[in-house]
Write a protein that binds this ligand. Structure first.
Ligand code: KG4
Ligand code: ZN
Length: 354
């Protein structure tokens, strides 16, 4: 395992990331180049623009990951790359780069599912984490509750029927006029600390549905109406210029939203634990991962839910919860060890454009 070294490449959304990880779980390097400034200017991820931004930095990010690991392409055992889900224009940039590196150094390629990578990185963090386990995956595009039985064997217990929680954080942060330069989620989390989370009583989604699915569209609408009823156009007046009472009312909305949004996660998790234990009584851990799992309030509430149900919580450190190359490299290793990889592509394939 010490000899196994995998390069992981991730370009599914707005971050260009690469990392080198060894078979025994040592992170040899980790590089992330963020497009936060683009998001800021255009109010979301515009696929064509994101593609161009990936193309601009991908060579540099991969080279930096190799340099920081003090290795060259010749030392690698395989290249792992995210092949979906994500924006296809963006995914293509990563896949093309992976094929170029693999072709040049005659390396096998492992195609990685982005959400599986969010889940399996927990096994790099917690080397004793055995299958089966329950995973709550919360990101900008997906909300999933899965029972992980083995590498590549997952039972989906719940998914979102409309928006993912991260999307709701991002949209509401924008409506509240927050500084989005470090991302909407972190900005909203920070402001919520100043607010009264019981100030507004938002309705918890889906209570009448006794399943493990999620919905955030209705909660988003409730929050939008609450913002409109303040008669302040928060979106067009940055929080930095807000009066102290205006700031307080924005913080109350943020805190009330966050409490309800996370309560929804807690309730669905409680049920999922029940369902999962009925199927697999040996489950001992709840994994919580994906960008939103870097939120401290989310972490502490789900820790409480896990403990209450006799499970341990495994939540990767924040930099491994948000999109990164380490999770892709590690998932590549998990699959590679089971013989699940593609043969090296031809060198200098004209299809590979970056
Ligand atoms: O997993 P991820 O990095 O990318 C996707 O796969 O989508 O997740 C990104 C999402 C964004 O919506 C971002 O606002 C959210 O995770 N996020 C947070 C926090 N940090 C990132 N949401 C709430 N609180 C945070 N601290
Ligand atoms: Zn993600």
């Amino acid at each position: 395992l010490d000899d196994l070294v995998v390069l992981g490449i991730e370009t599914s959304c707005d971050d260009t990331a690469a990392a080198v990880v060894s078979g025994n779980g040592e992170i040899l390097s980790q590089v992330v180049s963020s497009q936060a400034d683009l998001l800021l200017r255009f109010g979301g991820v515009a696929p064509k623009m994101a593609e161009e931004a990936h193309i601009l930095v991908i060579d540099q990010v991969v080279q930096q990951a190799l340099d920081n690991s003090k290795l060259t392409g010749n030392d690698l055992s395989a290249v792992a790359v995210t092949i979906g889900p994500g924006l296809s224009l963006c995914l293509r940039v990563g896949v093309s780069k992976a094929r170029r590196v693999a072709g040049r150094f005659n390396l096998p390629i492992v195609g990685v599912h982005h959400m599986e990578a969010h889940a399996l990185v927990a096994r790099l963090i917690e080397r004793d984490l055995q299958f089966p386990f329950l995973a709550l995956l919360i990101s900008g595009g997906h909300n999933l509750l899965i029972l992980a039985r083995d590498v590549g064997h997952y039972v989906q217990l719940g998914t979102t029927i409309d928006d993912a929680i991260g999307e709701a954080y991002d949209k509401i942060a924008r409506w509240l006029g927050l500084d989005l330069s470090k991302g909407g989620g972190p900005a909203l989390e920070e402001l919520a600390c100043e607010g009264d989370s019981y100030f507004l009583k938002f309705k918890v989604p889906m209570r009448q549905h006794k399943d493990c699915n999620f919905s955030y569209a209705g909660l988003k609408t409730q929050v939008r109406l609450a913002i409109e009823s303040t008669n302040i156009c928060m979106e067009s007046s940055p929080i930095a210029t807000a009066s102290s009472s205006d700031r307080k009312s924005r913080a109350n909305i943020a805190a009330s939203f966050q409490r309800t949004a996370v309560l929804h996660l807690e309730e669905r998790c409680e049920r999922a634990i029940e369902w999962a234990l009925a199927m697999e009584p040996s489950i001992k851990c709840l994994v919580v991962s994906g960008g939103v799992a870097s939120n401290q309030y989310v972490r502490s509430r789900l820790n409480y839910v896990a403990e209450k149900n006799g499970l341990c919580l495994v939540c990767p450190p924040p930099c491994l919860c948000t999109d990164n190359g380490v999770m892709v490299a590690w998932t590549g290793i998990e699959h590679f060890l089971l013989g699940r990889f593609d043969l090296p592509p031809p060198a200098n394939d004209p299809e590979d454009f970056v």
